[in-house]
Write a protein that binds this ligand. Structure first.
Ligand SMILES: Cc1cc2nc3c(=O)[nH]c(=O)nc-3n(C[C@H](O)[C@H](O)[C@H](O)COP(=O)(O)OP(=O)(O)OC[C@H]3O[C@@H](n4cnc5c(N)ncnc54)[C@H](O)[C@@H]3O)c2cc1C
Length: 606
């Protein structure tokens, strides 16, 4: 099915919720106003709709494969990647100094959504490259930046993140890959990394692996992990490619979804075993990024960017599933409507339950998009605003939002893509329809870049308990302000939304108190409810943004601009409040009153 980028909704959020006019006042972003956003988004939509989206289904049928030496990607991917790179899309948000376009994340995130809606398996390659760029900008030496950044930002080379090992998944303290210091200041890396996205492929001439490893003699646990750059091909002094490095793809995984994205097992320092002679002798040549033993700290910066981006993947796949379901619901004729509005059987979109499913899909997607766009604006201000206090406040907001954007948007994408299958009835279960692919593709989103539980641990530990719930409560106060504005408007829909928002906010504050008050003394009780807390917080933050959107949509100026769009926004915001935000008090009860029953059963009774 063809994909149409939801440009109106994206631009509405960028204009009214992210306030691009304010972002454009930040030094460096002067040219990034609404007009720029619109021009960039329209151009981006063309590439994704016309070139990248048609390859999505193809990638599911003809995934990447390992041909013994390397990996061959889906037919058409190489040409599409070239177009993507030549169009400058990889550099959209990256610094102008290294050839990027230096645009705000507020615009970049919308482009990221389009790319992922068009083709999630394809989009993973640029997503991981973004992570590598971020790590090098944050912690790389001037020399490393000079060698790698321009090539990564232009898309000429791609990047990967190498964290996971067979015994080290969620728990990175268990990383065993070792780095041996060499007399010339480089390191030799030995070990096995698994599940490495785009760890091997044929889209670009070099792959720059960012690898977590332990320098010999480093302390145990997370304090002894360092970060290294390990290029597939070594880079000569003049920037051209030299010898093949001793890092090799042993195999790629057969997966439930995102089949076109090669997920590699990478062997560092065992080229001989892989049957490949390396002129540099055994061991993959690696270059230390930043300081020794601070690798996990750097990786966290990179992971924050990647976690946000994975949240956007959730929104993207939900949007695609929604569009497909609407199209099917308009076409499929089955049963006479219960209200007798048609003389005979009609399209299933007339049935209230099908409407409920479509509204749920739409409301979740729009709510999460609104939440993510607002978080992106906070990121831009936190990095670039001239006032240190403004930067600090925005950083606290963004940091709080990252686990919610990641955790809530990806969990909701499973519900939405599942409803997408359901709207199709039996046809949804048949692969040729395509709805099932979105459902299968979406499942990885709650797993990689830290499972939902790991996001929830972050929300509980670092984002809530650490400051005694202060940031969370400051956000609740902002939600209360929106409630007041909704109430003051006197509009029936606004009043109804304000009522649900108040109940959800109070439930959230109760849980924040519970978390802040019990994490030390009763950790099991708190962590038993950590994922429900994340879902409640994400629900409230997305619902809050829908409330803000409703306020805009009710204004005469907005109605005059696009009456039909604003009417739909009002309906969607009202639905969100009635059917999604209304779940919050129940979630509160299970967290605060139900913790005991989560861990009550004896382990051997399972
Ligand atoms: C397709 C794909 C692509 C990937 N791409 C990459 C990549 O590019 N680079 C990379 O380094 N890795 C990558 N990964 C690895 C991915 O990040 C891990 O699979 C993920 O972090 C989970 O680790 P695990 O698989 O070992 O699961 P485990 O850590 O074994 O988790 C199993 C279950 O236990 C739960 N659990 C574990 N610890 C805790 C805890 N402390 N609290 C609560 N619950 C917990 C988890 O939530 C989960 O439900 C990829 C994985 C896949 C499948």
């Amino acid at each position: 099915m063809s994909y149409r980028a939801p440009l109106k909704d994206m631009l509405f959020n960028i204009e009214h919720l992210a306030r691009i006019d304010q972002i454009a006042q930040i030094p460096g972003f002067e040219d990034a106003g609404l007009e720029t956003a619109q021009a960039v988004l329209e151009e981006c939509a063309k590439l994704n709709q016309d070139v990248i989206s048609p390859l999505n289904w193809e990638g599911d049928k003809n995934p990447s494969f390992h041909n013994g030496r390397g990996v061959t990607t889906t037919p058409g991917f190489k040409e599409a990647y070239l177009q993507y790179a030549q169009g400058g899309w990889q550099g959209l948000q990256h610094p102008v100094d290294f050839g990027g376009q230096g645009l705000p994340k507020t615009i970049g995130a919308a482009c990221g959504e389009m790319l992922n809606s068009a083709n999630m398996a394809f989009a993973l390659c640029p997503l991981l490259t973004d992570g590598a760029i971020e790590a090098l900008i944050t912690a790389g030496s001037d020399e490393l930046k000079a060698i790698y950044l321009e090539k990564l930002i232009s898309g000429q080379w791609t990047g990967t993140m190498n964290l996971t090992e067979p015994q080290a998944g969620s728990d990175l303290a268990a990383v065993r890959t070792r780095a041996e210091p060499q007399p010339d200041g480089t390191f030799k890396i030995f070990g096995t990394k698994i599940y490495i996205t785009y760890g091997e492929h044929d889209l670009a001439e070099n792959i720059v692996h960012l690898v977590l490893a332990r320098v010999q003699g480093a302390p145990e646990g997370v304090k002894g992990i360092s970060l290294f750059v390990v290029p597939k091909f070594l880079v000569k002094a003049d920037g051209s490619l030299g010898d093949r490095n001793d890092v090799h793809c042993v195999s790629i995984e057969h997966k439930m979804g995102i089949k076109a994205s090669p997920t590699a097992v990478l062997q560092f320092g065992d080229g001989t075993a892989a049957g490949i002679a390396d002129s540099n002798g055994p061991g993959a040549v690696g270059y230390l990024v930043g300081q020794e033993n601070r690798g996990l700290e750097y990786m966290f910066i990179m992971m924050n960017a990647a976690r946000y981006a994975v949240g956007v993947q959730g929104i993207a796949i939900a949007e695609r599933a929604y569009q497909k379901a609407v199209q099917y619901a308009r076409d499929r004729v089955q049963s006479r409507p219960v209200d007798g509005s048609l003389p005979a059987a009609g399209p299933i979109i007339h049935h209230p339950d099908v409407r409920r499913m479509l509204m749920t899909m739409r409301a979740y997607t729009e709510g999460c998009r609104a939440m993510a766009t607002t978080a992106a604006a906070a990121y831009d201000a936190s990095h670039h605003h001239p006032d240190a206090e403004v930067r600090k406040q925005n950083e606290a907001f963004y940091e709080f939002m990252v686990p919610l954007v990641k955790g809530f948007s990806t969990e909701m994408s499973l519900d939405v893509t599942s409803l997408g299958v359901q709207v199709h009835g039996g046809m949804g279960f048949i692969e040729e329809t395509g709805a099932a692919q979105y459902y299968r593709d979406a499942k990885i989103l709650t797993i990689y870049e830290g499972t939902t539980a790991i996001q929830a641990n972050d929300l509980v530990g670092r984002k809530t308990a650490r400051d005694g719930g202060q940031t969370a409560k400051a956000l609740a106060a902002q939600v209360a302000n929106t409630e007041n504005e909704l109430t003051a408007s006197g509009h029936a829909d606004a009043l109804a939304v304000a009522k649900r928002m108040k109940a959800a906010r109070e439930a959230f504050v109760d849980v924040v108190d519970f978390v802040a008050g019990n994490t030390k003394a009763h950790p099991n009780d708190v962590y038993a409810g950590s994922v429900p807390y994340l879902m409640l917080a994400g629900n409230l933050m997305a619902g809050w943004q829908m409330g803000r959107a409703l306020l805009v949509a009710l204004t005469p100026a907005a109605q005059a601009q696009d009456g039909a769009f604003m009417a739909a926004k009002v309906s969607t915001a009202r639905f969100y409040a009635d059917h999604i935000l209304s779940k919050a008090p129940g979630i509160r009860d299970s967290i605060v009153e139900g913790a005991g029953s989560v861990t009550a059963m004896a382990l051997d009774a399972f």
